[in-house]
Design a protein around this ligand. Sequence first.
Ligand SMILES: C[S@@+](CC[C@H](N)C(=O)[O-])C[C@H]1O[C@@H](n2cnc3c(N)ncnc32)[C@H](O)[C@@H]1O
Length: 207
Amino acid sequence: MDKYEILRKIQSEVEGMVQPKECAFLYDCALQCSQGVIVEIGSAQGLSTISMAMASKMGKKVKVYAVDPHNGGGATPDPGWWDMNDPGTPDPKYYINQGVSFTRFWANVQKFGVDDIIKPIINYSEIAIKEYPGEPIELLFIDGDHRFNYVRLDLELWSPFMLPGSIVAMHDSTYPGVRKAINEILPKLNFHNFVEEPVFHATKGQN
Ligand SMILES: C[S@@+](CC[C@H](N)C(=O)[O-])C[C@H]1O[C@@H](n2cnc3c(N)ncnc32)[C@H](O)[C@@H]1O
């Protein structure tokens, strides 16, 4: 199967929020990875995860760490923590239900035969970082909680592991929280070459 047949099959069999041209972009980025792993924050049922893992399998077979609490509901259950200037993560009592919707994600992963490439971390990004083995990252795809404080944490916590020249791609970049993080946080973390389409992405400079 060629790239377009693979992507069409994934699109037709896995539900998700990422558009075909965005999956194609992630596929191309993943195919290029050879020096470090891929990390995805926000996998849901695995549409983008499997797109990247299938490419990795065609390429250098780098691992895809797939971070998602799979809590059955989506965002971090913390309505009070919204775009405040509060440093640090919310109270751990808000972190509930991890894993309840993991089964469907993993069934999709197995259907496409990429369970050897994908390494799930079933937790919220800001907690998952403590379980991460610390491998250098060549591609970081952020599609988790889109509120500013969480996108900021995604960037601040995971970017130290990113290799010079590696790519951060951010979904839903027109959402206010994501856009604010692009404008305010990425430059501070030494990202450059901002490109808006088909998925917003930027390149990490030298540390
Ligand atoms: C928009 S969906 C991801 C869509 C997915 N990339 C796709 O291809 O369909 C957002 C996901 O982010 C997850 N999420 C929410 N808060 C998160 C957090 N703090 N860390 C990691 N994932 C989070 C949700 O559980 C949800 O599955």
